[in-house]
Ligand binder design. Sequence first.
Ligand code: NDP
Length: 286
Amino acid sequence: MSANTINGKELAHKLREEMAEEVSRLRSEGIVPHLTVIIVGDDPASKSYVNGKKKASAQTGISSEVIEMPSSLSQDRLLEKIEELNNDEAVHGILVQLPLPEHIDEQLVIESISPYKDVDGFHPFNIGKMMTGDAAFLPCTPYGILTMLHSYDIPISGKHAVVLGRSNIVGKPVGQLLLNENATVTYCHSRTDNLYDYTRSADILIAAVGKPNMISADDIKEGSVIIDVGINRQEDGSLTGDVDFASAAEKASHITPVPKGVGPMTITMLLQNTIKAAKGLSRRGG
Ligand code: NDP
């Protein structure tokens, strides 16, 4: 068998075109979706992520602003700025780029963002709503994965989904979203005994670890769906996922490549959340 490649780049492009139409409609009604991104310090990777978000926003007609703050910034000053943005009606989405400098309490910052503007979906209010299956801002990478599965008509209900990794931003929430759709979910992590016994029984395998080629054809079930979240930079500068794509593609039914897989979906869902915030959907429960 040779797997169907789930083309995240193509899907992201299609979704962004649809979003651009929606933004244009909103603008004609006088609503200009606006995202404010705060970046503290000058970490090059963070700067590059923020630039990507700004560019993608502009392409879909979403207005965005990047507030750059020095790494010496005090926690109180950052909290004050967030409060100001919480109270600014023209700002629909607020994103604080992580990681923050060590002297700033990240969790406190996340919790200071209004849950109705929390387009990253990291606020405990939104995490709680996601757990109970209510309308919420969903964290962007898991939301993107779910959107990919839906777009490729991949059945979830009743399937065994195995999630490798249990981080708060990827592993845990993606498992919860799959559970909400009636998958039977197993989480594996660095302390899991006999991890490959689980991966070999997975109908849907989500690899979100950050270990290049940790999964190959021998570790997966024939006909399974493989979602590779991992992003690992190799010595030659190229990117690779957690899955050995070439061998796994011989056995899987569907597989995401790295790059052009999950990555482009993440920013796309941030845009989607910003539009949702502008429409006030999560507040009204839509
Ligand atoms: P974290 O480092 O926060 O979490 C990694 C998880 O993998 C942890 O739960 C850890 O277990 C587990 N783990 C580590 N080693 C092993 C092992 N040998 N066997 C099984 N589990 C292991 O990473 P993130 O969740 O933030 O990211 C995961 C990967 O996804 C990274 O490569 C990251 O770059 C990528 N990523 C990609 C995104 C995208 O848009 N495509 C977005 C976000 C992340 P434990 O909890 O026990 O320590």
